[in-house]
Design a protein around this ligand. Structure first.
Ligand code: ADP
Ligand code: MG
Length: 233
């Protein structure tokens, strides 16, 4: 069986003054289509660095990365940007919505920006996604008039806009109160279960991680554990 993602011996060092610090020391991991995986580990353990490498936002110092059968670590900057936009979806701790745009315009953005405008089809898909995340009554609201939890639901809809192979979320509930965090996680679980979307979610929240179908534990720059999570009804 071919994996959706295969990372082989990923290493990353950062230069601090005249010293190199090795943050990732050889990560080997595969993800299959349809998985909902949590990446956990102490603050500073390298979670965001690994997610940025998998999301093609950062290049590894060495190692190989294959996504959907393509060797993405070898792509040119231009091809990387294209791959990122067409094949990956991102949700960050801070929603990064465009404040002057409506919920619908924000969701459509990943398709509309490269096309240079928003088409009828894009509007329809964005509206459908907003319904999907339970915000059908907020479609024309400017982003600034949404609550924190609603903004993060818009961000999830935006991440789904281009039907990505993989959705990468870095502390997606880190800025939310417990109730909104639960709603946002529940939504990702639902999209995973019903639409078969594949998620890799980095979190330091054990409660969130426990609800994912798989947990990867990052420790001292290496994967320390790979556990099947508690499957909830
Ligand atoms: P986590 O997301 O698990 O908290 P990070 O991946 O953000 O951890 O950071 C892991 C380590 O790498 C930390 O020690 C951090 O200071 C260091 N680091 C991250 N990004 C950079 C960078 N651009 N330059 C130098 N050091 C960095
Ligand atoms: Mg981080």
């Amino acid at each position: 069986m071919s994996h959706l993602l295969k990372a082989t011996d990923i290493r990353k060092s950062f230069r601090n003054g005249d010293e190199d610090t090795l943050v990732l020391k050889g990560i080997d991991v595969t993800l299959d289509k349809g998985e909902l995986t949590a990446l956990v580990g102490q603050s500073g353990s390298g979670k965001s660095t690994l997610l940025s490498i998998i999301g093609l936002l950062l290049r590894p110092t060495s190692g190989e990365l294959e996504i959907a059968g393509e060797r993405v670590d070898r792509l040119s900057e231009r091809r990387r940007a294209l791959f990122r936009n067409e094949r990956l979806g991102f949700v960050f701790q801070f929603h990064h919505l465009l404040p002057d745009f409506t919920a619908l315009e924000n969701v459509a953005f990943p398709a509309a920006a490269p096309a240079g405008g928003i088409s009828r089809e894009m509007r329809d898909r964005a509206a459908e996604l907003l319904r999907r995340v339970g915000l059908e009554d907020r479609i024309d609201y400017p982003a600034t008039r949404l609550s924190g939890g609603q903004k993060q639901r818009v961000a999830i809809a935006r991440a789904l806009m281009n039907k990505p192979d993989l959705i990468i979320a870095d502390e997606p509930t880190g800025n939310l109160d417990t109730d909104s965090a639960d709603t946002v996680l529940e939504l990702m679980r639902e999209v995973n279960r019903e639409d078969g979307a594949t998620f890799l979610i980095c979190t330091h929240d054990q409660g969130i991680a426990a609800k994912c179908s798989r947990r990867l534990v990052l420790k001292d720059g290496l994967l320390d554990a790979d556990e099947a999570g508690r499957r909830l009804p």
